[in-house]
Design a protein around this ligand. Structure first.
Ligand code: AP5
Ligand code: MG
Ligand code: ZN
Length: 217
């Protein structure tokens, strides 16, 4: 099963990707999580990406495409994968398509999680993330069991640097300019499914499972 989860910043992609990847036993690949981990470990890639990401701008296509291709080459992706936050530009979508075509393969579904702007800011300001395993929480909607500690790995949860008001607005603007065109792209390929991301976390998961159950398996 090869799935792309797309949607604006704060739509709940990461939250859903974790649940769905557990349910279907496929790896969850989040380019944002990969970049944040590299930044927290001060690797050369992290140092290079930090400034762009902290400002809410997109990392260069060539670096991002390389990271994803390297990741989906790994053995655990033989059964499929769930991409979260990639592709985000038409260049990235074309690169993914041609990578899969080379392997006589293709995506099974692209799921767009839709949430109106009014709700996004509230979600982002209350969000806390684990920089170790990528788990995402919300101080009201999805709190950690022990305050400040990740339920999955016990690391400290923190606020993301790019979750400040002005940076969130820039990320939303970039989404409109660079990522929205992918909706048409995948509609044209008959892969797109749109779901209502304003429902609660369980209900959103159910909508995704309904699509995966009927369309993919
Ligand atoms: P990335 O980490 O992918 O950020 P994003 O797409 O902006 O999305 P977010 O992670 O902010 O939101 P989400 O949809 O995952 O929401 P979440 O589940 O956390 O990318 C970060 C940066 O990395 C980019 O800006 C860019 O610089 C770089 N980058 C990444 N990929 C790239 C690429 N392909 N090309 C170039 N650059 C790239 O949920 C949000 C909050 O809401 C949480 O608090 C959560 O608990 C809560 N919540 C979730 N679902 C619900 C619900 N149903 N009801 C109530 N609350 C909910
Ligand atoms: Mg995310
Ligand atoms: Zn964790």
């Amino acid at each position: 099963m090869k799935i792309v989860l797309m949607g604006p910043p704060g739509a709940g992609k990461g939250t859903q990707a974790k649940l769905i990847s557990n349910m279907y036993s496929i790896p969850h690949i989040s380019t944002g999580d990969i970049f944040r981990k590299q930044i927290s470990q001060n690797t050369p890639l992290g140092i290079k990406a930090k400034e762009t990401i902290d400002k809410g701008q997109l990392a260069p296509d060539d670096i991002t495409i390389h990271i994803v291709e390297e990741r989906i080459e790994l053995e655990d992706c033989k059964v499929g994968f769930l991409l979260d936050g990639f592709p985000r530009t038409v260049v990235q979508a074309l690169a993914l398509e041609s990578y899969l075509q080379h392997k006589s393969d293709k995506l099974d579904a692209v799921i767009l999680v839709e949430v109106p702007r009014s709700e996004i800011l509230e979600r982002m300001t209350g969000r806390r993330v684990c920089l170790n395993c990528g788990a995402s929480y919300h101080i009201h909607f999805n709190p950690t069991k022990v305050e400040g500690k990740c339920d999955v790995c016990g690391n400290q949860v923190v606020q993301r640097v790019d979750d400040q008001d002005e940076t969130v607005k820039r990320r939303l603007r970039i989404y409109d300019e660079q990522t929205q065109p992918l909706i048409r792209f995948y509609e044209g390929k008959k892969l797109l499914h749109i779901i209502d991301g304003t429902l609660n976390i369980k209900e959103v998961s159910k909508s995704i499972c309904d699509i995966l159950g009927s369309e993919v398996i």
